[in-house]
Design a protein around this ligand. Structure first.
Ligand code: MN
Length: 310
C-alpha cells in the first residue's frame, strides 16, 4: 500500500489553512514501489521501505499505517507531540520486525502540524535518509539530517556534501525502523511562517535532482499538486532509478502574535541509483556516531551487490 487517504485542502483552525499535493512513482528501473506515504492533516510523511521481494513495501506500509492510527488524525486536533510520535514509531518498529523477521526496514520523515500556545508549528521528524525541506520567507533548507554513512563522513569533514552525492556508499543508512537497531527519530519544532512550503520526499527524488533544481520547481510552480507532479516528472527525466515519492504542503493564513492573519511575501523565486539497504547488510562499515547521538545503529545501503530492493 502506497498511500493513505488524504484530505486536501484542509482547514481545521479558523486561521491556518493547509493545502497539499502529493504523488508517488515506481520510477523507471524498479519493479516495485516500496515507498509509502500519508498526507492527511495534520500528518504529512514519507516512508521508504527496504528489503526487497515486497518486504520493503510491507515495512513502509506498516509505518504509515501506524501514523494513520494517531487519534489526532481523526479529530483534527493539533496536539501531537514528539513523545507521542515516538511511541507510534516504536510500535511500527515492532510490527515490522515481527512481520518480516527484521529482514526489512523503512525510513520515515515528514512534518506534523501542531499548536503550542495557540501558535502553529511544523513538528518535523526523521529516521533514515528520506528528507524534509522547507521553503520559508524565501529561504530553502533541508530540515532533516540524513542518518547515513555519507552524512557522517560529511560531518567529520572527510568528504564534501557534493562528494557525498556520488559516494559509493551513499545509500547506506545508519538508522531505520524494523531492522532492530537504532530506532530513535530526530525531531525539530519550527514555527509555521506565512507562505511556508514544506517538501517531504524519498531519496528517489533527491538522488536525481539537486537542491537547486528542486528549489527552482518549488519556487516557480504555484499549486502544490502541480509542484509535486513537476518534481516527480523531473526525477523521471533524470533517470528515475528509484521509487519517487513527493508531498508538498503549503501554509496560509498563519496567525501572528497579535492574532491577526498576516500576508507575507511568497517564495523568493531565486532563492545515484542504487538500492537502500541496512548497514548491517553492507560490506564493511565505517561507523562514526554523530556527536550527541547515541550511536551508529542501523542501516540502509545500496551499493553494488544489492540483494535487496528489486
Ligand atoms: Mn529510495
Amino acid at each position: 500500500m502506497n498511500q493513505e487517504p488524504a484530505s486536501v485542502p484542509s482547514t481545521v483552525q479558523p486561521g491556518l489553512s493547509l493545502s497539499c499535493g502529493y504523488g508517488t512513482d515506481r520510477g523507471l528501473r524498479r519493479e516495485l514501489n516500496e515507498d509509502s506515504y500519508i498526507a492527511s492533516d495534520p500528518v504529512f510523511a514519507v516512508a521508504d521501505g527496504m528489503g526487497g521481494h515486497e518486504a520493503g513495501e510491507v515495512a513502509s506500509g506498516m509505518c504509515v499505517r501506524a501514523l494513520a492510527a494517531i487519534p489526532q488524525l481523526a479529530t483534527g486536533e493539533r496536539s501531537v507531540t514528539a513523545a507521542v510520535l515516538q511511541q507510534y514509531l516504536l510500535q511500527a518498529d515492532n510490527s515490522i520486525r515481527e512481520a518480516t523477521g527484521a529482514r526489512a526496514g523503512t525510513t520515515l520523515t515528514g512534518a506534523v502540524v501542531v499548536e503550542q500556545m495557540g501558535m502553529p508549528y511544523w513538528l518535523v521528524m526523521n529516521i533514515g535518509d528520506s528528507r524534509t525541506y522547507r521553503l520559508s520567507q524565501g529561504r530553502f533548507e533541508q530540515i532533516s539530517v540524513d542518518h547515513s554513512e555519507v552524512q557522517e563522513l560529511v560531518d567529520a569533514g572527510e568528504i564534501t556534501a557534493q562528494e557525498a552525492t556520488v559516494h559509493p556508499r551513499r545509500h547506506v543508512v545508519t538508522r531505520a525502523l524494523g531492522t532492530g537497531d537504532e530506532t530513535e527519530a530526530d525531531y525539530w519544532l519550527l514555527p509555521v511562517e506565512e507562505g511556508d512550503r514544506v517538501l517531504v520526499c524519498s531519496d528517489g527524488l533527491t538522488g536525481e535532482l539537486t537542491d537547486e533544481h528542486i528549489l527552482r520547481v518549488l519556487s516557480t510552480v504555484g499549486h502544490p499538486q502541480d509542484a509535486a507532479d513537476a518534481l516527480i516528472q523531473a526525477a523521471l527525466r533524470s533517470g528515475g532509478s528509484d521509487n519517487i515519492t513527493v508531498i508538498v504542503v503549503d501554509a496560509r493564513n498563519v496567525l501572528n502574535d497579535a492574532g491577526a492573519a498576516t500576508t507575507a511575501p511568497r517564495h523568493d523565486p531565486d532563492a545515484g541509483h542504487e538500492d537502500t539497504l541496512p548497514r548491517s547488510q553492507a560490506a564493511q562499515s565505517a561507523t562514526q556516531p554523530l556527536p550527541g547521538q547515541s550511536g551508529e545503529a542501523a542501516e540502509h545501503e545500496s551499493g553494488e551487490p544489492h540483494h535487496d530492493r528489486h
